[in-house]
Design a protein around this ligand. Structure first.
Ligand code: SAH
Length: 395
């Protein structure tokens, strides 16, 4: 191991001894000269004891830990991490011919801070959130091919908008492997969809709602369902399979509405129970009558992307949920979510509580939802918990 060194201030190794995977710039006493952003560094305590190796970056998080062992970050390392992640997902029965879309790497949750990998049938989409992962993309691509073998035909790299702007890396989205004539149909719990990693949001599909969609399917039977913020229609096709009376999907993006229609058609061709509308959520909700729907899903984009936006975001969640409580039928169900990482479970629940109080209706919590097992939370890095949801019964 011959990496440049970072020496911590006295006592600043404490969080690392508890396996927290970040080193903040304030903890660093000194570092070797000429460090390049994204390179692997070795971290030592003030008394020169080895602590960890990680990716160096300029910013408030200066090192993202790759390993607490004294080891080389080479092809063997990447293969080890990727196969451990794959093994976990296999061992809990998450991957099957009818469920071939899953998150293979969930950053810190898979001991690879800054890296996201989603798999859709034969295609993997890699997303880097750190300079180090960007610089390692070819090594990661090679290790993926090694670990996944023939099951993988394409690897797409999508990091143009997720890397730190200041690093000015000029990252371009594109295939690192394969990429000819790809129109992939992937499956989630036996339902088909077209993931659109090239033009779609994030890596092309929101795999994190898989378990929550399954629960929704059970509740949809005989109900009139409004899937608000539908994106590619995930909740809608589960509701249709669950024998909903009707399903209306709404998203402000007309591209999302096109994708929703395409995915519904793929599973339930010509099904007249479904209609999709390109409209703003608040406008749509304002124009419906009380009782039009007896199941409403609210899965908005992250209202707060950073701490400074928390106050306004909570107001936004309150306003949105209040309208839903106002409009949902008597004995209706609301599935409500927040994917803002900076908003805690308690704060979100309080916003929903305020909305319920404002509507004056009797509201009970039936389920408390979170992210699925392929988005594991490293117990030493609670910041990895981001998705929260409530299933509510509204009288
Ligand atoms: N529920 C989806 C994911 C939702 S992502 C799923 O299961 O896949 C959030 C979606 O909200 C995006 O598709 C975005 O286009 C849409 N959106 C953002 N602002 C909106 C608004 N004001 N009204 C309606 N949709 C909006």
């Amino acid at each position: 191991m011959n990496y440049k060194k970072i020496i911590l201030k006295p006592k600043k190794e404490e969080s690392l001894l508890r396996f927290h995977p970040w080193i903040f710039s304030g903890a660093v006493q000194r570092k070797d000269d000429n460090l390049t952003e994204g390179e692997v560094v070795a971290v030592y305590t003030n008394s020169n004891e080895f602590i960890a190796v990680g990716h160096y970056q300029i910013g408030s998080i200066e090192v993202r830990i790759l390993s607490f062992e004294e080891e080389e970050i080479d092809s063997r390392f990447w293969q080890k991490r990727l196969s451990a992640a794959l093994e976990l997902r296999k061992s809990i029965g998450l991957i099957s011919p009818t469920n071939n879309s899953y998150r293979l790497i969930h950053g810190e949750g898979d001991s690879l801070p800054g890296l996201i990998v989603d798999v859709y049938a034969g295609t993997a989409v890699i997303q880097s959130h750190s300079v180090g992962m960007h610089e390692s993309r070819m090594a990661i691509c090679d290790a993926m091919r090694e670990v996944m073998g023939d099951s993988l035909q394409n690897i797409y790299y999508k990091s143009e908008t997720t890397l730190p702007f200041k690093a000015d890396l000029g990252a371009e989205n594109g295939y690192l492997f394969g990429g000819t004539n790809v129109e992939e149909v992937a499956e989630e719990n036996g339902l088909k969809f077209y993931p659109d990693w090239v033009k779609g949001q994030k890596t092309g599909f929101f795999v994190d709602q898989r378990d929550n969609r399954s629960l929704l399917e059970k509740y949809a039977t005989g109900r009139s369902v409004l899937n608000m913020f539908c994106y590619t229609g995930g909740f809608s096709f589960y509701a249709l399979r669950g024998d909903a009376k009707l399903v209306h999907s709404v998203d402000s993006s007309s591209k999302a509405i096109m994708l929703t229609d395409k995915n519904v058609e793929l599973n339930f061709p010509g099904d007249k129970r479904h209609e999709a509308f390109a409209e703003d959520a608040f406008k749509y909700l304002a124009n419906i009558n009380k009782g039009d729907y007896d199941l409403i899903i609210l899965d908005p984009p992250a209202f707060a992307k950073h701490r400074g936006a928390i106050r306004n975001a909570l107001q936004g969640y309150k306003r949105l949920n209040a309208v839903a409580f106002d409009k949902v039928a008597k004995g209706g169900i609301v599935f409500t979510f927040s994917c803002s990482q900076v908003i805690s479970k308690d704060a979100f629940r309080l916003a929903v509580f305020s909305a319920a109080a404002q509507s004056g209706r009797s509201v009970r919590i039936l389920h408390q939802l979170t992210q699925p097992a392929d988005h594991p939370i490293n117990i030493y890095h609670p910041e990895g918990e981001y998705l929260k949801g409530l299933v509510l019964y509204v009288e």
